[in-house]
Design a protein around this ligand. Structure first.
Ligand code: MN
Length: 268
């Protein structure tokens, strides 16, 4: 359904210098005309935002073999700027990632990686969010993962999936959330089509005092876990060595609640 050289917009929430986006754009280059449009800094866990109260910058960024832009905006701003006209050619697919930590279950509501894909879905453009589970996470771990080529299996999978979406399309206002275990290709067990699981967050309030005696706070605690035994979920799949593919829709209506709310006979 697309021309032989569709434009693929590549973005992320970790910033344009992150190893994960480099692995992604390199894998996608044989699939289409890649345009990279990513934030200048790390926006992880910034969620879905739209910058309305200050100017946005978007400057050319040198990328070998592709066009690149770096922006002062959030990941979702990058996608909006590109789709509103900064990228002249029609964008056939948006791919966001590769995030160096997984985005499973309710993580998708925090994730800037997902926010970028959701922005594309709002525009009616098919989108994929790609994340990889990595013990510890963080910048040093991210560099180590890239050095070890750990992004290669999921980057290659994302490229094949991108080709399939370009041929077959996705329903409007949907996207795919991809999560890979942090395993070498030989240890991956396959691909699992999944639903969202339930994360268990272990956040703790950390209260400190600044040098002037005023309290400040961190949201600390251990990394989230989840219900890894609920078969068929994204959390189960990644914990058991599968690349997880979860279809997501923007319509978050809870249909089970409609008749219940009707029965409440709410009035003015
Ligand atoms: Mn991130």
């Amino acid at each position: 359904m697309q021309t032989s050289h569709p434009t693929i917009l590549v973005t992320n929430d970790d910033g344009i210098t992150a190893p994960g986006i480099r692995a992604l754009w390199q894998a996608l280059m044989p699939v289409g005309n890649v345009v990279v449009f990513a934030p200048e800094r790390n926006w992880s866990a910034a969620g879905h935002s739209k910058t309305l109260h200050k100017p946005l910058r978007a400057d050319p960024y040198p990328i070998e073999g592709a066009r690149g832009f770096v922006s002062s905006g959030a990941p979702s701003d990058c996608v909006a700027l590109a789709l509103l006209g900064l990228v002249e050619s029609p964008v056939a697919l948006v791919v966001s990632g590769i995030n160096p930590t997984a985005n499973l279950g309710q993580d998708i509501t925090y994730s800037g990686t997902l926010a970028a894909a959701m922005e594309a879905a709002i525009f009616g453009i098919p989108a994929i969010a790609v994340s990889m589970e990595a013990a510890g996470g963080g910048d040093a771990r991210d560099r180590a993962a890239a050095a070890a080529g750990e992004y290669a299996p999921v980057a290659a999978f994302a490229a094949r999936l991108a080709g399939q979406i370009l041929r077959e399309g996705l329903p409007r206002h949907t996207l795919l959330n991809i999560n890979a275990p942090g395993l070498p290709a030989a240890r991956l067990r396959g691909v699992a089509i999944t639903r969202l699981g339930m994360r268990v967050y272990r956040d703790e309030l950390v209260r400190r005092q600044d040098p002037r005696g005023r309290a400040y706070y961190w949201i600390g605690g251990e990394a989230p876990s989840g219900d890894v035994e609920r078969v068929g979920t994204d959390i189960w799949a990644v914990a058991h060595g599968y690349i997880s593919v979860t279809p997501i829709r923007l319509d978050m209506t809870a249909p089970d609640l409609l008749p219940i709310l009707e029965s409440w006979n709410l009035t003015l």
